[in-house]
Structure formats: structure tokens, C-alpha cells
Design a protein around this ligand. Structure first.
Ligand SMILES: [Zn+2]
Length: 355
């Protein structure tokens, strides 16, 4: 038995693709030209992920505008001045805002899965946006003729369809990105907001069978954009009891960058359930230094003291570029770090007598 290891999702885009996306937005190149840049970026990303020894790959989110805005990018009823997200280094990402109903997806994630599967020789995992992240899209003041309830109905049916198609098309796993979970505690220390996020996300998850939910997971992190996080100081003890109420089988937990990993692991141990698999983050995506396989091994051995071996997996702390224009890390660094994760996970399995 090996220790399962999976990426989170995003890989920095090649400069040529970033430039092509800008050129397309300003009308300088055609959709077909942009598409050919996108196809070659996915092909290269999948090949290089496979070359790291990964037995599960992603498309590197090469075609996503961001991990959360991909389904709505290019819609006519979206404005750019929604909720701001402040990162530790002072930079801000502005969430978009819905201007009128009805709401529908423009590009669901299974479209990206199709492309990646054409190039991959191993299973492909697909990340999707969470209902709670997209709840920010509906403006606080409401929309005339389109209620918040109507919006949530439309949103959940789009997301249900998206997940069903990913599962039917053979995605290795569907991972719901929940970066706003930990962030919500910074916004609202009473955790009422977190509680409402958990309830909303479970409304989606309850639409699937227990068997399907074994192939579904949640990713939690403190954010990663331009080398900076948005909710690093929030204690896992405030998040995890609620997080583990989400009705999925897999949890992808940022851990390598935690200042006190022992505390985080003890908290995981205390609140995880018997049918959960915990993929612990063993690669710090905020740190430009590439970990050695031995460091990764030691992080896993530490985690194995708290998490039963048949419930343990490894991952990266977050995507390497959740926003498409983030060039704070190079593709080379991302692939080198993933290679270290794969090699370190094998080393740990050997020490633990699993191979
Ligand atoms: Zn993340």
C-alpha cells in the first residue's frame, strides 16, 4: 500500500499564455489563437506533472482566470467591484459582483477536465469553486427581480451538474476549494459566517451519494497569491470542528507553512472522522525554496504519529498560482517542489513499512 499523493490544482501559466490572454481581452488576437496557447500549455503541464512521477495530475488550471472566477469569466452580468480580499502583504483581490439575474455558468470545470484527459496517461483530478465562495457574488443590497434564494437555487444546480459530469467523465477526484473557510473566521470571529458556509456547502454535497462523496474532497488553506496568505493567523482549532462536518471523504489541508504543525496535527487528530482521508500539505507553496525529499519524508513521519496510515495522504499546501496572472513562482519551481513531494512520499511509505 502506497501513501496517496495529489496536487491541489494550479501551476503558474507560461508567460506566452498570460500574454495571449491579455491580447485576447484587448481584442488583439482571436479566440482561436488564445485557444492554441491554452492547448499547448495544458499539454506541457500534464506531461511535466507526469514526469515528476505523479500518479494523479491536473490541467494546472491553465485555462482558469482564477480558482473561483473560472465559471463566470466573460459573462455579461458581472461587475468587478465586489467584496475585497486583503492579503498579508497588503495586496487586494477584488471579488466580482453579479449585476442581474438569471445566473448561469459560462464555463463549468468539466470543460477543462475534457482537455486534460486528452493529454493525460494517468487519472486527472478536477478542482471546482465552492458554493460559499460564489455566495460572495450576490450583492448585499440585493438585485431587483432576482432574489438571493433564486440565485442560490441557480448556483447549486449549476454546481451539481458540474460535479456530476466530472464524476461521470472519470475524474479521479473532485476537489472543492474552500479557502474562504479559514478566511471567514477573520471576517467574523463569532464563526456564524463559517457556520453558514458549512450549511450552504452541505446543501450541495447532500445531493450526492455516499459512494460519490468518497471521490469528493475539500481543500482548506490560508490563501496563496503573489507569495502571500490571507488568513495565516487563524487557529485550526477554530476551523476544523466545523470543516470536518462537511459531507465529503477527502480533506486537503495546508500544513507545511503552519508555524506550529504539531498543534495543527493534534487538532486534526481530535476532530477527524473514521471515514475521512486527510491529505496533509507537505510542500509550502509560499516558500520559493524547493524542499528536499528527506524534508518531505520527515513532515509525513510527523503526521503519521497523529493520522492513521490508512487515512493519510499528501498534497501541496495550495495551488502554485490560484490566480492566472500570479508569476511570483516559476513553473520550474512548482514542478521541482511536486517532484520532491512525490519522492518524499515514497521515502516515507518505505520507512513506515508500507512498500
Ligand atoms: Zn489553497
Amino acid at each position: 500500500m502506497a501513501i496517496p499523493t495529489e496536487p491541489i490544482g494550479s501551476i503558474p501559466r507560461p508567460p506566452a499564455l498570460i500574454e495571449a490572454a491579455r491580447a485576447f481581452e484587448s481584442g488583439r488576437i482571436s479566440q482561436a489563437e488564445l485557444h492554441s496557447h491554452y492547448e499547448s500549455a495544458v499539454q506541457d503541464t500534464v506531461a511535466r506533472l507526469e514526469a515528476t512521477g505523479s500518479s494523479v495530475v491536473t490541467d494546472g488550471e491553465q485555462g482558469k482566470d482564477s480558482f473561483v472566477t473560472y465559471p463566470i469569466h466573460g459573462l455579461g452580468n458581472i461587475a468587478t467591484n465586489g467584496t475585497p480580499i486583503l492579503f498579508a502583504d497588503g495586496h487586494v483581490r477584488q471579488f466580482p459582483r453579479l449585476t442581474k439575474g438569471p445566473f448561469g455558468y459560462r464555463t463549468p470545470a468539466d470543460v477543462y477536465l475534457d482537455t486534460a484527459q486528452r493529454y493525460a496517461h494517468v487519472p486527472v483530478k478536477q478542482a471546482i469553486a465552492s458554493p460559499s465562495a460564489l455566495s460572495f457574488l450576490y450583492p448585499q443590497e440585493g438585485i431587483r427581480g432576482y432574489s438571493r434564494e433564486e440565485y442560490f437555487d441557480d448556483l447549486l444546480s449549476e454546481q451539481e451538474g458540474e460535479i456530476r459530469r466530472c464524476l461521470e467523465k472519470g475524474a479521479h477526484a473532485v476537489q472543492i476549494d474552500f479557502t474562504e473557510g479559514r478566511l471567514s473566521i477573520r471576517f467574523d470571529p463569532t464563526r456564524r459566517l463559517l457556520s453558514s458556509f458549512i450549511d450552504l456547502n452541505n446543501l450541495l454535497l447532500e445531493r450526492f451519494s455516499a459512494e460519490q462523496r468518497k471521490r469528493m474532497g475539500i481543500h482548506t488553506c490560508a490563501g496563496a497569491d503573489r507569495g502571500s496568505a490571507h488568513s495565516e493567523g487563524v487557529d485550526y482549532a477554530a476551523l476544523l470542528p466545523s470543516l470536518f462536518e462537511l459531507k465529503v471523504g477527502n480533506f486537503y489541508v495546508q500544513l507545511a507553512s503552519e508555524p506550529d504543525r504539531e498543534h495543527a496535527l493534534k487538532t486534526i487528530r481530535k476532530f477527524m472522522k473514521a471515514d475521512h482521508r486527510i491529505f496533509v500539505g507537505v510542500i509550502n507553496v509560499l516558500d520559493p525554496r524547493v524542499e528536499t525529499p528527506e524534508e518531505v519524508r520527515d513532515r509525513i513521519l510527523q503526521a503519521a504519529k497523529y493520522i492513521p496510515l490508512d487515512q493519510l495522504g499528501t498534497t501541496d499546501d495550495c495551488g502554485f498560482a490560484p490566480f492566472s496572472d500570479d508569476t511570483s513562482r516559476s513553473r520550474e519551481t512548482a514542478f521541482a517542489k511536486i517532484r520532491a513531494r512525490v519522492a518524499g512520499t515514497r521515502l516515507a511509505a518505505r520507512v513506515l513499512g508500507m512498500e
